[in-house]
Design a protein around this ligand. Structure first.
Ligand code: UDP
Length: 236
């Protein structure tokens, strides 16, 4: 499969068409952004690390019965994926309070939540990805029906259970993460986009060290060292 015309360039990936209208190639970029591009950076090799981490995690989720857009990894920073219509809702799942949740509700940073909290955000940079409730999602036509919202929540929780257990064994706390879904040409909801330290928070269970994009956002050290550590543990 070879790259044809560019279809879409996002903050972290570029999508290309292929000879097959149902398949795309996703190229993982080295670019990093924080706070909706308020801060930008570039770490050579970050794209390769995220492509490898995300491929491993999508394969893990597939093994546990979650349908994803991934066909296969083509090389270090390219995946072959199924074409889907992206649902414009970012599904965030949280196990520990931090980030925007603590700012918005005043919950103390680091509080272990009594259950996995699922939130929806509108995937719209121009509006700074505002939080949505179920009625907003329906009113904005972001999904077809309330049952799709239920399914997004169910999938978010299921993905969380699988990943949380996987990372506990690797001495990492999966603090929170964001996932995106798409609808394929047969109407199936597939996990899409990526799961990487760009979209998850990982805290070392022994040292509490942050090993994710917050290293970049908060200038805590070397981003690539942190992401490489995540890949090493994923591969353990
Ligand atoms: N997240 C993301 N993309 C976004 C917003 C959030 O991948 O556009 C991820 C983020 O990395 C974290 C989780 O979603 O793992 C929750 O983020 P939060 O709402 O706390 O916002 P933040 O503090 O990251 O701005």
């Amino acid at each position: 499969m070879i790259k044809q015309e560019l279809l879409h360039e996002g903050k972290a990936k570029v999508l290309y068409k292929t000879q097959d209208k149902n398949l795309l190639i996703s190229e993982f970029k080295d670019d990093l952004t924080a706070g909706n591009a308020a801060k930008k950076g570039n770490e050579k090799g970050k794209g390769i690390l995220n492509c490898k981490i995300s491929t491993q995690l999508f394969e893990l989720l597939e093994k546990h019965g979650i349908k994803t857009h991934l066909v296969k990894m083509l090389n270090d920073n390219h995946q072959l994926i199924k074409k889907v219509d992206i649902i414009m809702i970012e599904v965030v799942v949280r196990n520990i309070a931090t980030g925007s949740l603590t700012k918005r509700l005043g919950v103390e940073d680091g509080t272990v939540l009594p259950f996995a909290l699922v939130e929806f955000y509108y995937k719209e940079d121009a509006l700074n990805d505002p939080i949505l409730n179920d009625e907003h999602c329906i009113m904005m036509d972001l999904v077809k029906s309330e049952s799709d919202l239920k399914e997004l929540k169910r999938l978010g929780r299921e993905i969380n259970s699988i990943l949380k257990m996987f990372f506990v064994k690797r001495r990492l706390n999966l603090v929170d993460f964001k996932v995106e879904f798409g609808v394929d040409n047969r109407g199936n909801i597939l996990l899409a986009d990526e799961i990487s330290p760009d979209s998850c928070r990982f805290w070392d269970m022994d040292t509490n060290e942050k090993l994710d994009k917050d290293v970049f956002r908060q200038n805590l050290g070397n981003v690539k060292v942190a992401y490489q550590e995540i890949l090493n543990r994923v591969l353990k």
